[in-house]
Design a protein around this ligand. Structure first.
Ligand SMILES: Nc1ncnc2c1ncn2[C@@H]1O[C@H](COP(=O)(O)OP(=O)(O)OP(=O)(O)O)[C@@H](O)[C@H]1O
Ligand SMILES: [Mg+2]
Length: 530
């Protein structure tokens, strides 16, 4: 064998007799056994909470260490307190620090060392900085507990450290656990759940790695106490679906659960040239760069009709691609962009300058508070009086935001955008894949409007017809309001803006002439006082 390389300890060491799990006193549940026996390179054990996933990960790491002398295992969780509560707790309780196998625990380094030279390094990695610090070197087995909570870029970086410098030590692959939700929800769901049809099949990814999903259910684990199941039963519906049923299609952290293919997505069509058009851009190089195009119809509804999305594209090239995507007669009123694109970068020109030199004249989005921006996106996702297209299909209402079915990345990332798990939970998780949602936010915050304003205008218009102030032959609906507002008799509509108020402020505002509540519960304030 390789005693010379492994050193004295390994030379003196003999593989323990009998099954590793027997010696540890660990009896895997039948589902945990399926997980331990999986031969695929990249396996996710996931679904409901309490199924025995964290225990299985620790047991797996220990068994592989005994099986392959000299193995280096990296066991990751997002933060240190979380690591302590999950993997480290199981390591000390269920597995007694592997002492039955001669392993020794280094509590300063968080490392479990085996007599055969194998090593499990328990680490936390919340940011790329965490991942690069101290985690250099290589691993042959990567363990991620609660993988959806670890940002996807951190996972990718750590995956790049998966290799072996020695022919006698195999690269074993990746073992992860996950519950639905968190900033990695979208990428985890896509790779393991959607692509395997909920674990029905395995597949080989573009790098030739076999990928498998093993669903984990609470009822698979007889060791979990009855109160825990009762607690999960008592959760609000969305949380219960995610954590009890392990349902990946609804998850508690989803920012815009109201987004629906059936209501918001429309087939591409030629949009009237009279509609004002806007673009909105979020810059990135290693992170994706994105641009969205939207046209605004007579009702103030936003029709997102084109997207650009990609990484590793330089800023001059981004600008050229934006222009190349547009038709010859396509007139863009304003091109909004992330304010950060005006920042100077040492000797380099500001990104907005490079764009300008390549024919794309940007306007800073002046985007304001993030939460206000997301609130605006929400008022656009809400229903307004139906557009002509949907009215023809017999709908009475339709959302104030439509997107063409060709905008695959916009739909996907807006649908998967997670809520923040720390700080302001009304915010989106900025570790999520938020570039195109950010573009939408910049654009909608600038053009104003949204469902609430249109409903109000429409209701006023109807009231005015009822009292005879406006002749009834004008067609009802927001388009008519816009038309009559620009005409002499109705006078201009007062401008409104949505405001975020605390419940106490909202109660006060309800008695205040300067505020109106919209049908979807947003408080609106008349601009210009009065
Ligand atoms: N094979 C086993 N033998 C004894 N106890 C077990 C076994 N598997 C799991 N348990 C116990 O069941 C409980 C839940 O297991 P675990 O924490 O691994 O679940 P989980 O799927 O990681 O849950 P969560 O999703 O909440 O993180 C723990 O108390 C654990 O010690
Ligand atoms: Mg766990």
């Amino acid at each position: 064998m390789t005693a010379a390389v492994l050193g004295l300890a390994a030379a003196e060491w003999e593989a323990p007799a009998g099954d590793v799990f027997d010696r540890l006193g660990y009896v895997p549940t039948p589902k945990q056994r399926v997980f331990h026996d999986a031969a695929e390179f990249d396996v996710l054990f996931g679904g409901s909470s309490g199924g025995g996933k964290s225990v299985a990960l620790v047991g797996h790491a220990i068994r592989e260490c005994v099986r392959y002398p000299g193995l280096r295992v990296g066991a990751f969780r997002r933060t240190y307190p979380e690591l302590k509560e999950s993997l480290l707790t199981e390591l000390s309780t269920t597995f007694g620090y592997g002492q039955a196998l001669g392993a020794s625990w280094n509590g300063n380094e968080y490392e479990l060392r085996f007599p055969n030279g194998s090593l499990v390094m328990f680490r936390y990695a919340e940011t790329l900085k965490d991942a690069t610090r101290r985690q250099g070197g290589q691993y042959q087995l990567l363990i991620f507990d609660e993988r959806t909570l670890t940002p996807p870029d951190v996972v990718s970086f750590l995956e790049s450290r998966l290799r072996s410098g020695r022919a006698d030590i195999p690269v074993l692959g990746i073992r992860s656990s996950a519950n639905p939700g968190g900033s990695g929800h979208g990428s985890v769901k896509k790779r393991y759940i959607t692509a395997t049809n909920y674990g029905e099949r395995t597949y080989k990814d573009e790098r030739g790695r076999t990928v498998r999903f093993i669903p984990s259910k609470l009822e698979d684990n007889p060791h979990v106490n009855a109160e825990y199941a009762a607690d999960l039963m008592a959760l609000p519906e969305q949380l219960r679906a995610a954590f009890l049923d392990g349902n990946w299609d609804v998850f508690a952290g989803q920012m815009f659960p109201e987004l629906s293919r059936e209501r918001h997505v429309v087939e591409p069509s030629a949009l009237p040239p009279s509609w004002r058009r806007f673009t909105s851009t979020d810059w990135g190089f290693s992170n994706p760069f994105g641009t969205l195009w939207a046209a605004i119809d007579e009702d103030g509804r936003a029709w997102f009709y084109r997207e650009l999305y990609g990484t590793q594209i330089g800023e001059a090239d981004q600008a050229r691609r934006i222009l190349a995507a547009e038709g010859p007669g396509e007139r863009i009123s304003v091109r909004y962009a992330d304010d950060a694109m005006w920042a100077t970068r040492g000797d380099a020109k500001a990104i907005s300058t490079v764009y300008r030199e390549n024919g794309v004249h940007l306007t800073p989005a002046n985007k304001g508070a993030r939460v206000t921006g997301w609130q605006r996106v929400r008022t656009y996702l809400a229903e307004g009086p139906a557009c002509l297209h949907h009215r023809a299909a017999g709908w009475e209402t339709c959302p104030m935001l439509h997107m063409f079915s060709t905008l695959k990345d916009f739909y996907r990332t807006l649908s998967d955008l997670p809520h923040a798990v720390r700080g302001d939970v009304e915010d989106a998780d900025s570790d999520g894949e938020d570039h195109l949602p950010d573009c939408a936010r910049y654009l909608l915050i600038n053009i104003g409007g949204g469902s609430a304003e249109q409903w109000l205008a429409w209701a006023r218009r109807k009231a005015a017809i009822a009292t005879g102030e406006i002749p009834p032959e004008l067609p009802a609906g927001p388009a008519a309001v816009a038309a009559s507002a620009s005409g002499a008799e109705a006078g201009p509509e007062p401008a409104l803006e949505g405001v975020l108020l605390s419940p106490a402020e909202a109660r006060k505002a309800a008695r205040d002439q300067r505020f109106r509540e919209s049908p979807d519960g947003v408080m609106l304030r008349y601009l210009g006082g009065g």
